[in-house]
Design a protein around this ligand. Structure first.
Ligand SMILES: [Mg+2]
Length: 176
């Protein structure tokens, strides 16, 4: 049942210090949008996301938003952050993401996928052979499509946490 175990775990992407990415040799972070950066109904980036994007850029790390949601959902959001994006990414299938990475000549070994869902984000990373960090969803509310995935996500995540598996992968924030 460790099939969907991520490489790293953090309560939130905002807890992860820049030194972590440096130490892991990560130059590109492909982040999920809904419930990883902001709630699905937050149309423009919140202040802490703006700050995070600036931090990444200051540290020479490229942030890219990769979402299963529509172009309409992500376009203005990503433009406000001045970051590249891929919409309708079809996670858990890695095909579109791989095509995007190849087109932009992004080295998969220096890449980290970050997302709040086991059934889309982590599963996609496993299939595509990307490193992946699982986070907790920012808020409890989800779009209806996500609600379905959560039914499968919740018991697996619970089991991982009960066995201490995710805690072992937790990025030690503030200590680096
Ligand atoms: Mg999400």
């Amino acid at each position: 049942m460790a099939r969907l175990l991520p490489d790293y775990y953090a309560k939130s992407i905002f807890d992860v210090p820049m030194s972590f990415y440096k130490e892991q040799g990560i130059t590109h972070v492909i982040s999920d949008l809904d419930n990883t950066l902001d709630a699905f109904d937050v149309l423009l980036p919140s202040k802490r996301v703006v700050e995070l994007a600036k931090k990444f850029s200051d540290h020479g790390i490229t942030l890219i938003i990769i979402t299963n949601n529509t172009e309409k959902r992500v376009k203005d959001y990503a433009t406000a952050l001045n970051v590249a994006y891929l919409y309708s990414a079809r996670k858990p299938f890695p095909k579109k993401i791989i095509r995007f990475l190849n087109k932009n000549e992004i080295d998969r070994s220096k890449l980290l996928l970050v997302g709040d869902q086991l059934m889309t984000d982590v599963k996609c990373a496993k299939k595509g052979n990307f490193k992946v960090m699982l986070t907790e969803p920012i808020v409890k509310k989800d779009q209806w499509t996500t609600k379905f995935n959560r039914l499968f996500d919740r018991p697996i995540r619970k089991r991982y946490l009960k066995r201490g598996l995710l805690q072992k992968l937790e990025v030690p924030y503030g200590k680096r």
